[in-house]
Design a protein around this ligand. Structure first.
Ligand SMILES: O=C(O)CCC(=O)C(=O)O
Ligand SMILES: [Fe+2]
Length: 318
């Protein structure tokens, strides 16, 4: 059972947020505070809430709104833009994914946007013309914010080259790089009997790439594993973005930064309310051919390219 005290701390990111045009204009004291706070959070919990990060809240609301309009279209319309077997972009219907193979399939639908691939052109332009522009505007801002977080992490890790992550994430959204914005839709549970034993909205997993940005609506249900192996609620926080470390960054740092397991449960109240849950997740990946090798020379993890690691994980999920 998750307790309501999440231990996930809040970091005021205004010193490095997108309201600042260039990091060279940032106040070094403010930056140092952010770096220290991120370091503590990511070496202990693996998750942090950022506030004042500089993406207007309306952009998030608009992306959630247009997504809801997409997901409530008839299934036959949504299937016109379905994710192809040889690509990642497009609509993923319910029952296709299982993040924890010991459970039945996850109770959710998704729309993936991975702009570098040909299939990224799959957009519901005929049925929902405003989807493309709204979602792509958010993608661009997510990219910018991720690069600020990675810059702070390069400082936290005391890397000699503070542009290290910038150099191996240069193709986000424009070249050989699998960074993906997923708009997620957890349909209403109309009848508790529809849910199979042990079925959840999203099974236990860790994220695959470098970091993840996550916005959730106010429904709740997200839980994060703490150091004692217990799942603890990661409550929705208004106007905050949740940022977590994913597997490749844990490998890169020989487990110094924690890629914490997490899941989405069906809150008890939810079964009564029969409402939907929505979230937006931006999964950041290094450029495809980046060879991820522990930065401190440790042999704890086998070097692997970012793309191969992702393909391995996809084969476990679908
Ligand atoms: O929907 C959420 O709140 C989290 C989903 C998640 O963890 C994922 O898709 O990797
Ligand atoms: Fe996740």
């Amino acid at each position: 059972m998750a307790s309501s005290n999440s231990n996930i701390s809040y970091v005021d990111f205004s010193g490095l947020g997108l309201q600042i045009e260039d990091v060279s204009q940032a106040d070094p004291n403010q930056v140092q505070n952010i770096v220290e706070e991120l370091r503590t959070a990511f070496t202990t919990v693996g998750f942090v809430y950022l506030k004042n990060y500089g993406i207007p809240p309306e952009e998030i609301t608009m992306a959630l709104d247009v997504s809801r309009r997409f997901f409530t279209l008839p299934e036959s319309v949504k299937r016109k833009v379905k994710r192809p077997d040889d690509g990642n972009s497009g609509y993923v219907c319910i029952g296709l994914e299982s993040f924890n193979k010991d459970r039945p399939s996850d109770l959710r639908e998704a729309y993936n946007i991975t702009p570098c691939e040909r299939s990224a052109m799959i957009m519901p332009d005929d049925d929902l013309p405003e989807f493309r522009e709204t979602i792509m505007a958010l993608y661009d801002n997510c990219k910018k914010l991720s690069m600020r977080v990675l810059y702070a992490l390069a400082m936290a890790l005391k890397l000699e080259d503070l542009t290290f992550f910038e150099k191996n994430h240069q193709y986000i959204g424009c070249g050989p790089n699998q960074t993906t914005l997923r708009t997620l839709y957890y349909p209403p549970i109309k009848n508790a009997e529809e849910v199979m034993p042990n079925q959840v909205r999203c099974g236990e997993h860790s994220d695959y790439g470098t970091i993840t940005l996550l916005w959730q609506d106010d429904c709740g249900g997200l839980e994060v594993m703490n150091r004692h192996g217990n799942y603890v609620a990661a409550e929705p926080m208004k106007d905050a973005v949740l940022v977590n470390i994913a597997d490749l960054l844990q490998f890169w740092t020989s487990d110094e930064l924690i890629s914490a397991k997490h899941r989405v449960m069906i809150p008890a109240a939810e079964l009564r309310q029969r409402r939907i849950r929505q979230s937006l997740a931006f999964f950041v990946h290094p450029d495809d051919d980046t060879l991820v090798t522990p930065l401190n020379g440790s042999i704890k993890h086998e070097p692997i390219t970012a793309l191969q690691h992702l393909l391995n994980r996809f084969s476990e999920t679908y």
